[in-house]
Design a binder for this molecule. Structure first.
Ligand code: AMP
Ligand code: GLY
Length: 432
């Protein structure tokens, strides 16, 4: 059993993971590096303490020292950047047990061209796409296609590398931006992809290299504006599960998407131990993959984890050891609906103001959960804003109306200047 866990990362996703891991039976302490000021908490009845350590996610040597100092038995890596940079490989080479793929597997997210080729070879339903390495090549594809595609930078671009073009001029501008260096090396190659229509869902699997378990599906809300308008963000809210996906739909995704990709990774000698996140559109011809991520979604994680019952730490450790078959099962809890609403700072997803004081007039009896992301402490120890997405409020209920009511009520108790919230999260599943 993992007694001392180290979480790498500092966002709302990591706060929710630390929260769930601290509640897993047998866990004594959860450390988060570097973490944020909102996630720290003492041990309580039913939960281990959560503490932060000022070690950056790209400081491999510092993380290894921290693991020794704190007798860490399991490391869980949250964000994609350290995974793509090979942190999991580095830690494993020092004998640590790690949940998170190595740099080879993280290419599923870190290279859209690599992932596209792998999907095509594995026969996984994915949007038709063209890989291009120059502006001339890209314009040729555009003109041959005759309709605006989705333009995607190959590499990691902090969620900004994708343009869903409405016109050919927009598509050309996106191509020009990428080849002019807007995304650095991440934009040296592009995928031009057929634009698909249909609701978008996020399905996450916990993998042990050979086998996997699916988590309840979620739906994210990527746009900043009400009615799904305006620029894309990291995600302004989510709900889980997705009522229009039946158990047999998930079974179908398992056999047509997840298992073939895991097998294709194995064929390439890649032992994928971590989250495989498939972003899919439910098109008229069935679920079609538009992207893979190599980590938990944010804010999907914040709304999916509170739905689970069971020992998450034991399951992640079993994945990290390649022994998922021996793990206890995770089940879905009695309150079947989970709602997550993000509060951002003014200006998000553009440049934001920082340093606004955060006050919370709620109490332990308010219900729901608050997971902090872009926050820090003032010199006098008060919580203040320190980033784009500031926090996520999560509510549970017997239905989505109840769950969203709890999430929005709890969010209403938290105050800071410039608080930016979409009031229509979950419009697909709410009746009021
Ligand atoms: P990604 O970074 O790949 O998740 O893309 C960002 C967003 O662009 C997705 O969440 C979708 O809403 C949208 N998108 C990506 N690919 C497609 C596609 N082929 N058709 C329509 N929309 C897409
Ligand atoms: N919420 C989308 C993502 O984590 O990529």
């Amino acid at each position: 059993m993992p007694a001392n866990i180290l979480m790498i990362g500092s966002g709302g996703r990591e706060h929710s993971l630390a929260w769930a891991l601290a509640r897993s039976p047998g866990v004594q302490a959860v450390w988060v590096a570097p973490g944020n000021g909102g996630m720290v908490g003492p041990a309580t009845e039913g939960s281990a303490a959560v503490a932060v350590a000022p070690v950056a996610a790209d400081d491999g040597a510092g993380i290894i020292r921290l693991c020794r100092d704190k007798a860490v038995t399991l490391v869980v890596i949250g964000p994609e950047a350290p995974l793509a940079a090979g942190l999991a490989d580095d830690l494993r080479s020092h004998g640590l047990t790690v949940f998170g793929p190595g740099a080879d597997g993280a290419r599923l997210e870190a290279s859209k061209t690599w992932a596209k080729q792998l999907m095509i070879q594995a026969g996984v339903p994915t949007a038709p796409g063209w890989l291009v390495t120059s502006r001339t090549e890209a314009l040729e594809v555009l003109h041959r296609l005759g309709r605006p595609p989705v333009v995607k930078a190959d590499g990691l671009a902090a969620g900004k590398g994708v343009t869903v073009a409405n016109t050919m001029a927009e598509a050309e501008a996106a191509v020009d931006r990428a080849f002019a260096g807007a995304f650095g090396r991440a934009g040296e190659r592009l995928v031009l992809e057929e634009r698909l229509e249909g609701p978008e869902v996020s399905v996450l699997a916990l993998c042990d290299g050979r086998d996997l378990v699916l988590l309840p599906p979620a739906q994210d809300h990527k746009r900043i504006g009400e009615g799904d308008t305006g620029p894309n963000t990291g995600g302004m809210g989510a709900y889980a599960p997705v009522p229009f996906l039946a158990p047999q739909d998930l079974e179908h995704m398992r056999s047509t998407v997840f298992l073939p990709v895991l097998a294709a990774l194995q064929e390439r000698g890649i032992d994928y131990r971590g989250v495989m996140y498939a972003g899919m559109m439910l098109t008229a011809t069935g679920p079609t993959v538009i992207e893979f991520n190599c980590r938990f979604g944010d804010p999907e994680c914040q709304c999916v984890l509170p739905l689970l019952e069971g020992n998450l730490a034991a399951v992640l450790q079993a994945c990290a050891l390649g022994q998922l078959a021996e793990a206890p099962t995770l089940s879905t809890r009695g309150s079947p609906a989970s709602a997550c609403v993000v509060a951002a700072a003014e200006g998000y997803p553009g440049p934001v103001r920082r340093g606004d004081l955060i006050t919370d007039t709620g109490s332990a009896s308010s219900g729901g959960m608050v997971f902090y992301a872009g926050v820090g402490f003032t010199e006098t120890g008060q919580l203040q804003t320190a980033g784009g997405r500031v926090l996520a409020s999560v509510g549970l209920g017997d239905d989505f109306d109840q769950a969203f009511e709890q999430a929005y009520n709890r969010l209403g108790q938290i105050h800071y200047a410039g608080k930016t919230v979409r009031s229509d999260i979950g419009h697909q599943v709410r009746r009021r």
